[in-house]
Design a protein around this ligand. Structure first.
Ligand SMILES: Nc1nc2c(ncn2[C@@H]2O[C@H](COP(=O)(O)OP(=O)(O)OP(=O)(O)O)[C@@H](O)[C@H]2O)c(=O)[nH]1
Ligand SMILES: [Mg+2]
Length: 218
């Protein structure tokens, strides 16, 4: 009996991602996919950085979660347009999830940040149609994570080492983490941040605005 082998099982997702990218390009929207493990500080860093864009660039957020609207509520408190995408148990967002939300976004935005489901593994495999990926690694997760979860960092243009205010309290070898991140992706930029102390937040805002500008959003 002939065994049929289907390759490129992600083709359907990739097709939707290509359509999403076209949608963003036609409207001059820069799209960023923010990935990281559960609780790595993704929403907290968004809460810190989004107010800086006010008056400079019109941002909106898609929040990916298995359950609850808690993260969307946190973003809505900043008066930033936000849509909660619930995956009903799914461990990652797909391009189709994003596609469904596009027509619900307000007109005239320059930047869309998609906070993916907190998970260091699956989200990395799904192109959402973003222009840029930012990955988050909190110091409380441990400096071994870049080597253990390389896919999370492989396509990141920027990795945020988050919760740096906790460095005095957790064993985290920064030099080792940086070395391992650059081994996974020598082209990435690394930024040490803390949503609590504000460390690196202005630099993150500048980085995002510079990239949005070079991608033609502004
Ligand atoms: N000390 C410290 N705690 C932080 C920082 N950022 C986030 N936290 C805490 O870490 C926990 C998780 O933060 P979130 O911002 O919800 O993390 P997340 O990655 O969005 O979580 P999920 O969306 O559930 O994956 C919360 O208790 C935050 O208060 C930080 O910079 N410093
Ligand atoms: Mg979150």
């Amino acid at each position: 009996m002939e065994i049929r082998v289907l390759r490129r099982v992600l083709q359907k997702n990739d097709d939707a991602a290509t359509e999403n990218r076209l949608w963003f390009d036609e409207r001059h929207v820069t799209c960023i996919n923010l990935l990281g493990g559960a609780g790595s500080g993704k929403t907290a860093i968004l809460e810190a950085v989004l107010p800086i864009f006010r008056g400079e660039l019109r941002a909106a957020v898609l929040e990916g979660d298995l359950a609850t609207t808690r993260d969307a509520e946190r973003i809505a408190r900043l008066d930033v347009p936000v849509i909660q995408l619930l995956t009903d148990g799914g461990c990652h967002l797909t391009a189709t999830h994003v596609q469904r939300a596009l027509d619900e976004l307000p007109a005239g935005i320059d930047l869309l940040i998609i906070e993916n489901v907190g998970n260091p593994i699956c989200p990395a495999n799904f192109d959402l149609g973003e222009h840029l990926r930012i990955s988050a690694l909190s110091v409380s997760e441990g400096d071994d994570k870049p080597s253990k979860y390389p896919l999370l960092f492989r396509d990141a243009a920027l990795t945020l080492i988050t919760k740096c205010d906790l460095l005095p309290f957790v064993p985290f070898d920064m030099a080792q983490a940086r070395r391992d991140l650059l081994r996974v992706n020598p082209a990435m930029r690394i930024l040490e941040t803390s949503a609590r102390s504000g460390k690196g937040v202005d630099e993150l805002a500048t980085w995002i605005m510079k990239h949005a500008l070079s991608l033609g959003a502004l």
